[in-house]
Write a protein that binds this ligand. Structure first.
Ligand code: UT7
Length: 340
């Protein structure tokens, strides 16, 4: 029985990591020039000091290519058998962005797909790639989280407008064994579609088109009921982390680092309290990049490796939450890898 639980199994193993943000940083003071807000309010209510935004000529796809190329270099690979891109801001509504990202990275002929689970997207994309690896469908995979929410925000929205930023992060997975460093543990995934309206872009989809309603420009902007979302985020990530730890046979005390979706530093503090974990186990780069949606977790991993906050052997929990509502968590022992 013990052998069945703890014994060696096929697993998807993290073997490469990359990340990137566009060059243009927007400070809180710059936002306060056009929104009714202040640097003090944003820092104290969210922990965010600045965020990055794309400029003309860039897109989610271009950020994904940059992060993906760094992750492939980190893995020492020129190509992989699968590309999965988590995003809510594809380059176009149709087709998916992943095939073009794959092609721009020199990979035509490989399966490539977008995964949509908003800010939980990266963990969902990891689970899809891991399942295809473990089932022997592909040998390895590039999993990218990339978003450009700056393109979705209403210019007068001071709620969502101050927290989101653009960026991309990526990992490479290869087929390996569950006892290896970097092997992804069991996933906990879930959704609650009864609260779909809390985070949405109301227009542009089939529901509006089929109703024959005229398209209003306003409907194409992102909307979020921040206070309600905050509560769900804490509740769902707490439950999901507990489930994933249970499935991995880890105790709360076993965890060295938590890489949680960077939506608001007060959410991270509440999550630490609910889980009974010291806050200093929570990795954070929200001050520098804000909430980068599907890019948040891999970009955080990349920054944490770069600044030494995440080290080989650390037992890490990856957890995320977003529109859907959707949430997901997994675990791994951090592997030895170089980043570009
Ligand atoms: O990424 C995936 C999921 N997303 C999240 O997890 C985000 C979760 N939500 C949040 O992070 C927060 O709800 C926000 C940062 C979006 C908003 O912060 P809050 O502390 O929840 O503010 P609130 O919406 O409850 O508003 C509190 C007050 C209001 O004023 P009154 O009614 O008390 O007078 C707002 O009008 O703060 C006001 N306010 C602001 N004031 C200055 C809201 N946004 C701002 C702002 N600057 N940017």
């Amino acid at each position: 029985m013990t052998a069945a639980i703890h014994g060696s199994r096929p697993a998807a193993v993290v073997c490469g990591l990359g990340g990137g943000t566009p060059p243009r940083a927007v400070t809180n003071d710059e936002l306060a020039e056009r929104l009714d807000t202040t640097d003090e309010w944003i820092r104290s209510r969210t922990g965010i000091g600045q965020r990055y935004v794309i400029e003309p000529g860039m897109s989610t796809g271009s950020l994904a290519v940059e992060a993906g190329s760094r992750a492939l270099k980190s893995a020492g690979l020129g190509s992989v058998g699968l590309v999965v891109l988590a995003t809510t801001t594809p380059d176009r509504p149709c087709p998916a962005t992943a095939p073009e990202v794959a092609a721009r990275l020199g990979m035509t002929g490989v399966p490539a797909l977008d995964v949509g689970a908003v800010c939980a997207g990266f963990v969902y994309a990891l689970s899809v790639a891991a399942a295809l690896i473990v089932s022997d469908t592909v040998r390895d995979a590039l999993v990218v989280g990339a978003d450009t929410f700056s393109t979705l925000l209403h210019p007068a929205d001071r709620g969502a407008g101050v927290i989101f930023g653009d960026g991309a992060g990526a990992v490479v997975l290869r087929r390996g064994r569950s006892e290896e460093p970097g092997a992804l543990g069991p996933f906990d995934l879930g959704t609650d579609g009864e609260h779909a309206e809390l985070i949405q872009i109301p227009g542009g989809g089939s529901a509006q088109r089929a109703g024959g309603e005229p398209t209003r420009a306003h409907d194409h902007y992102f909307t979020m009921q921040g206070r309600a979302v905050f509560k769900h985020a804490v509740l769902r990530m707490t439950g999901s982390v507990r489930q994933a730890l249970h499935r991995a046979h880890w105790a709360v005390e076993d965890v060295d680092r938590v890489a949680a979706h960077q939506a608001n530093s007060r959410i991270l503090a509440a999550l630490a309290e609910q889980l009974g974990m010291p806050q200093d186990r929570f990795l954070s780069n929200i001050d520098r990049v804000g909430n980068t949606a599907a890019a948040s977790v891999p970009l955080l991993l990349n920054d944490a490796v770069a600044d030494g906050a995440l080290r080989p052997g650390d037992r890490v929990v990856l957890t995320s939450f977003g529109g859907g509502l959707a949430w997901g968590t997994t675990t791994l022992r951090w592997p030895e890898l170089d980043i570009a």
